[in-house]
Design a binder for this molecule. Sequence first.
Ligand SMILES: [Zn+2]
Length: 205
Amino acid sequence: MIPPREALQRLREGNQRFVKSAGEKKFVTHDKPIDLMHDQEPFAIILGCSDSRVPAEIVFDQGLGDLFVIRVAGNIVAPSQVGSVEFAAEQFDTRLVVVMGHSQCGAIKATLEALLNPRETRSRNLKSIVDRVRPSVEGLLEAGMRPDDELIERAVRANIMASVDHLRHGSAILEQLIQEKGLMVVGAEYSLATGVVDFFAEGGA
Ligand SMILES: [Zn+2]
């Protein structure tokens, strides 16, 4: 456990390193320089999990202004996530949306646990995340099952696909952008073991 003051200090020092090196090229990966103080042209929208091991900018080696990132435990799609994607797709003409889940996702494990072993949850707010994941993984379960690695893996994929589907069909604005502007919504899974991102569901609606 890292005490909070030490954690805060780490963030401060990290930010100082960042500020010192921000002039270096590594944070700007655009071909043509854009004025990041006044403008942004993110080339992809990433809906990812909040898991500390899966920061989109780092795993895709991108710099400031490159990615519009929405992170929420379990990369679920609730109205505020749809709204964020709509905003970026309309505002910045970003044409790619990636729903990125990851192996061994805690939100998926918690949902499987809750389904296999129902008991009172302490937090209604946490339950709202589990309830979003539930419909896509419920069908994978049979009585007496245990949440082994294979089940978790299948549930991770099913949950990513559910979020992809929701973004493709749960918003009139996004549907229009898909049909008229070729907006693409794809699924992806990051492997904690290898660091490799596997893209899927690239075609079709
Ligand atoms: Zn996760």
